[in-house]
Design a binder for this molecule. Sequence first.
Ligand SMILES: NC(=O)c1ccc[n+]([C@@H]2O[C@H](COP(=O)([O-])OP(=O)(O)OC[C@H]3O[C@@H](n4cnc5c(N)ncnc54)[C@H](O)[C@@H]3O)[C@@H](O)[C@H]2O)c1
Length: 473
Amino acid sequence: MKRRQLLKSGILAGAGWTILRSGMLRGADAPSNKLNIAMFGTWGRADAHFGVMGRENIVALCDINEEHLAPAAKRYPNAKTYADWRKCLEQKDINAVVICTTDHTHAFIANWALNRGMHVYCEKPLGNSVEEARVVRANYLKRKDKLATQLGTQRHEIENFARVKELVRDGAIGELKAAYAWGDRQIRRAGYLPAEGEPPKHINYDLWIGPSPMHPYNSKYFSGGPGMNCLSWNMFWDFGSGQVGDMGSHTMDLAWNALDAELPTSAEAEGEKFNPEVSPVELHTSWDIPANDWRPAIRLHWYQGGMMPEPPPGGIDLRRIDHGAMFKGSLGYIVAGFDSRVIIPYGRGANMTYYQPRAKEKLIPPMGGFQNEWLNACKGSLKTTCNFDYGGKMTEVMLLGLVAYRVFPEFLPNEVQEATPAKDAKQKKQQGTPIYRANKKLEYDPAAGKVTNCDQANPLLKRKYREGWTLDG
Ligand SMILES: NC(=O)c1ccc[n+]([C@@H]2O[C@H](COP(=O)([O-])OP(=O)(O)OC[C@H]3O[C@@H](n4cnc5c(N)ncnc54)[C@H](O)[C@@H]3O)[C@@H](O)[C@H]2O)c1
């Protein structure tokens, strides 16, 4: 077997072989035991990866913006450069890819890379539709004994994630009843940006639009700082899923991690008035999550843009936590931010005698670095915490919530009503943005990936692509 095949198969590092000839291996850091990585997106979020991924061989760099590609090419002079990710994936020596492009290209690049036998690290969210999340997950599951994947929810390495999971799992709040996650960011846009003439020469705008329907060029899609430019485009339906796919991926992860959950059997939503061009600021989505072997069926909720869950009794102000999660149990609540947590015993019998903290040696071990975990997995262990099974299901749940939000106003307006109609102008001002709620919840068949009680919802599980672009190529 050639070195590339060995790396791909995981045999090399897993078996700890030493190959004593030119191109030989001598331990994990030997030059010949390095992965050959292609970076998709070479600026912005990619900067957060060059440090760790750059210890491997960066053999290919792909960016639609020449001004972003050039500095990376200078840093890695041996890497080949590309504008079109499809061309880049033809390069034969690549065995792992890191995807830091726009959300509407994630599932495409991930599928194509998995189909070509490459390990994949993909920035969140995993896709921009339920179908995209499902196809990437399926492609990973077919190859999980050969390929390593990691969804870029790197906050997962914060030990608080593990401590929250242990508290829930070990019964610190009794039997789990419900879980909530929220994020308070508010970026309002009216619609796609107006045409602003020809794109500059250094931006390949056609490739930036990629599989999405064409929208005219506007420099404001490219006006954000490094690592923040996603906030210039991710609220537009054809480019992203707004707040829920963005910070929601991190915050839902705090809740999802503790649930050992499978896909939901329903989805429901309420939020601001539907805009066919822009995803909502105010949104509350919720799902029925089936029971598993340690807890009953529960309800999972996501809130954003100022909508918030009911706080636990006792005056805790959840609004002080900009991105957080809460777990409601039969004997209390856990409230958590990314870095900290608090237990609130509540009700008769909530005396904590039922809860035994874990012995130190039984604690969930630290990840040892989020990107490192993936690199080690590519080299043999194949074990990643946020692989595309875990992250794919979480992404599917979040995006199914958006389908529940948009289907009724878009196709069945009679099913929608204002949640709290104001009596007069004064009350309207006090209430802020009006919230609309559907009378119906979507019933979901998680095995088939289909809505079973509303035909109009099924087309919204997918996106329409421009001619010439194939999701699963
Ligand atoms: N995990 C995190 O904490 C975190 C933080 C920020 C952003 N992100 C994610 O990273 C991704 C990129 O975000 P960003 O703010 O860096 O965005 P960005 O708009 O700055 O894009 C990053 C780079 O990708 C390039 N690019 C865009 N589309 C491309 C394509 N089709 N092919 C090749 N290159 C392309 C851009 O030119 C740019 O250089 C997003 O999906 C975002 O959700 C994650």
